[in-house]
Design a protein around this ligand. Sequence first.
Ligand SMILES: Cc1cc2nc3c(=O)[nH]c(=O)nc-3n(C[C@H](O)[C@H](O)[C@H](O)COP(=O)(O)O)c2cc1C
Length: 452
Amino acid sequence: MAQHDRFHYKNLDELKEDMTRMGLDIPVSADVAVLSRPIALGERTIPNRLAINPMEGCDGTPEGRPSGLTRRRYRRFGGSGAGLVWYEATAVVNEGRANPRQLQINEETRGDIAATLEELRGAASAAGHGRPYSVLQLTHSGRYSRPGSTPAPVVAARNPFLDARFPEVRVISDEELEQLEEKFVSAAQAAAEAGFDAVDVKACHGYLLAELLSAHTREGRYGGSFENRTRLLCSIVDKIRDRLGEKITLAVRLGVYEQAPHPYAWGADKDDYHRPDYAEPARLVKLLWEKGVKLFGISAGNPYFNPHLTRPYDKGVYLPPVHPLEGVHLLLRAAQAMQAAAPEAVIMGAGLSWLRQFSPNVAAGCVEQGWLKIAGFGRLSIAYPDFAADLLKAGALDPKKTCLACSQCTTIMRDGGCAGCVPRDKEVYLPIYKKGREGKPPLESGRVAEHL
Ligand SMILES: Cc1cc2nc3c(=O)[nH]c(=O)nc-3n(C[C@H](O)[C@H](O)[C@H](O)COP(=O)(O)O)c2cc1C
């Protein structure tokens, strides 16, 4: 295990040397041409292998409609040149919103969300790019629900590590879980009517459907065995497929590793939870593929508990206990394990932004070696919205425009503001960042978190 360090590589060889020093077998390719290759998904073709990972902007209206800032973001994504845009977490019920500005999809908001899709496609076409493949992420925030000014957590199961944050948690009943199935299905129907190519039943980052996957201690139909813990996700997938058939492609953004001791973990080795054990997540990916899920976004960790796992960073609320390259390796290996479990599925990876201008080299290496089929970019895409166009045209990214992995985009969210890139989109987001920081303690970037 190597110690945390900040990004300092001047060329690809320096990066590769560090990978070798740390014993990390991350694929790297000097030639990034593979990223421009289209790939078929269902009835449609994704124009290239560069994608935008779902990123909440926390800038919707109180009813969950997109605002001017939301529309600006998706126009920029449309002009980015990325072949796939995975829309941010969008709640299926008001009580499951992670904040009062989270998007929500229903009969009332569907038309406004559809309008952002039109704008996105218009921007892509105006910039001369192919039609980006679009995915809408459906969510219930569970433990992290905060539809109003105060948290309103509902949890899949008690968890001594996570409950400390909200002592008043309520365990959601089996009946409530069952009723949620229909909410996801009608949200998926609204997504299909809005014109999305695919709908994602989100099961990552500690939100409700992800938390069920590790609900070993829960009693009843949704806890204990693998069948019970995966029941809700599988039933929702079955119902969407049965109701909508070919009208929409099924996707799942799946967290495959929760780093916590047994019986509170998912995808972790029971004897050493610092190591993944992908047997159950791989079994689930295979099962979901057989049920008709064609696209998977693979992620790990819980951004409220161990954010360095979800997004390797230089600076954040604590000093990561491992080198960010180890975090990148973990996320890519996770994608590789899921791609091996369902070789015909389209697996999209995450966690590349920390690599800055060298992220395409790693993305290309991973695609060439079959670790994943599509490279997802999160923070890089808000820092550098035309990253894909630059890469496809010039074969390289401009190092002056890349993400700095400074965590200010997430600090804004935790401070209750609208999320965006503070250093690279200063005019819009620096004032929001500064306002949110007023009266708050500085980021504790020197502290190594105790629970890790
Ligand atoms: C501001 C912000 C908002 C995010 N919102 C979402 C979200 O809505 N849904 C989701 O699945 N992941 C979300 N993520 C996680 C990203 O999709 C991605 O997995 C993560 O940033 C790591 O990829 P990267 O290294 O390319 O940034 C968010 C991340 C950030 C920084």
